[in-house]
Design a protein around this ligand. Structure first.
Ligand code: GLU
Length: 307
C-alpha cells in the first residue's frame, strides 16, 4: 500500500474557513511528500443529513482533490468490532458502567492527571459485574498500562500527554472516535495525519492504542487553529464563516481560498502554485485570527496586502 495523508471531517454541519484551512494544509503536506490523499467522512456520531455532500462540494470548490472514493466510518463497523475483539481477547479492555456525573464526582486516583478516568470499573468482581449489567449497558474501556505517552509532531516536536483508560465503545454501542481513527488510519495505509492542534492532546492515546494493536504510528502534524476576534476557536456563530455565507456576503470562493493561502504565507491562486513552494518548516506556528467580512459591502478584511 502506498503511503497516504487524509482529511477526515465530521459531517455535523458546514465546514468553516478554519476547517477549510486545515484541509488545504493536509492536502499540501500529503501532495508535497508524494503521498496519496484520502477523504474519510467521520459519520459515527452527530452526522447531519446533507452535511457530507455540502462539505465535499466546498472542499472541491477550494481546490482540494482526493484519490479514490470517499470512505465512511458507518460502513466500517466490522473493522472496529474486530479491533475491540482483539484487545478484549488480550485482556486489554473492561466494561464500564459509570455515568458522566459519576466520573466527575469520583475522587481521582492517586497521581492520576486531571481528567483521567478514575478507574472505578477497572476491578469489578464477577458479582458486581452481573449486578451492573442488569442495570445499564456497558461502555468498553481500554485497560491502559501507562499513564502518559510521547509522540513526535512535525510542528510541535516531542509532545507528552495523558493516556488513561479511555472509551473504545460507548454504552450506546457507538464506536469511539479514538478507536475508529486508529483503525481507519492503519487500514487505509495513512502514515501522515495532519489536523487541527485541538487534537494534539488525544494523540498520545491514539499512538498507544496503535502500538497495542500492532499498527504503525503515523507521522503527525497538528496545525494551528483559526480563531475569532475574541481569541476563541472559530465557530459557525461567528458570522459569515462558511463558503455559502461568504458567497452571500459577496466574497467569492477564490477570494476565500486566496485569503487562506495568504494566511499561510503561501502564494494565492490555484493550490498547485502553493504546492510548488510549500515548506512545512516555514508555516506560521501561531493561530490565525479570521478577519471577517464587512457585511453588505462585499469587501473583506482578509488581511491580504492591498485587499
Ligand atoms: N473528525 C475529526 C474532526 O472533524 C477529525 C479527526 C482527525 O483528523 O483525526 O474534528
Amino acid at each position: 500500500m502506498t503511503s497516504a495523508g487524509r482529511f477526515a471531517p465530521s459531517p455535523s454541519g458546514e465546514l468553516h474557513v478554519g476547517n477549510l484551512r486545515t484541509a488545504i494544509l493536509a492536502w499540501l503536506f500529503a501532495r508535497s511528500s508524494g503521498r496519496r490523499f484520502l477523504m474519510r467522512v467521520e459519520d459515527l456520531d452527530r452526522a447531519r443529513a446533507g452535511a457530507e455532500a455540502e462539505q465535499l462540494r466546498d472542499l472541491a470548490a477550494i481546490g482540494v482533490t482526493w484519490d479514490g472514493g470517499v470512505v465512511r466510518q458507518t460502513d466500517r463497523q466490522p473493522l472496529y468490532a474486530e479491533a475491540i475483539g482483539r484487545l478484549t481477547a488480550a485482556g486489554l479492555t473492561y466494561e464500564c458502567f459509570c455515568t458522566r456525573r459519576e466520573i466527575q464526582e469520583a475522587p481521582s486516583a492517586p497521581h492520576a492527571p486531571q481528567g483521567a478516568y478514575p478507574g472505578t470499573c477497572r476491578g469489578l468482581s464477577a458479582a458486581e459485574l452481573e449486578l451492573k449489567r442488569a442495570a445499564r449497558p456497558a461502555a468498553v474501556r481500554l485497560r491502559a498500562s501507562v499513564a502518559e505517552g510521547t509522540v513526535r509532531d512535525v510542528l510541535h516536536g516531542s509532545y507528552t500527554g495523558m493516556v488513561d483508560d479511555f472509551v473504545l465503545r460507548r454504552n450506546d454501542g457507538v464506536t469511539a472516535y479514538n478507536l475508529a481513527v486508529v483503525v481507519d488510519d492503519a487500514a487505509q495505509g495513512i502514515d501522515q495525519v495532519v489536523r487541527g492542534d485541538d487534537l494534539l492532546p488525544s494523540t498520545p492515546r491514539q499512538a498507544y492504542l496503535a502500538s497495542l494493536l500492532n499498527m504503525p504510528v503515523p507521522e503527525y502534524a497538528h496545525v494551528p487553529l483559526v480563531l475569532n476576534a475574541d481569541g476563541a476557536r472559530l465557530a459557525k456563530r461567528d458570522g459569515a464563516v462558511t463558503l455559502a455565507d461568504l458567497a452571500r456576503a459577496g466574497v467569492p470562493v477564490d477570494a476565500v481560498r486566496d485569503a487562506l493561502l495568504a494566511s499561510l504565507a503561501l502564494p494565492e491562486g490555484a493550490l498547485e502554485q502553493a504546492l510548488a513552494v510549500f515548506d512545512p518548516a516555514a508555516l506560521p506556528r501561531e493561530p490565525w485570527v479570521w478577519p471577517g467580512v464587512r457585511h453588505g459591502t462585499g469587501r473583506r478584511g482578509t488581511g491580504r496586502r492591498g485587499a
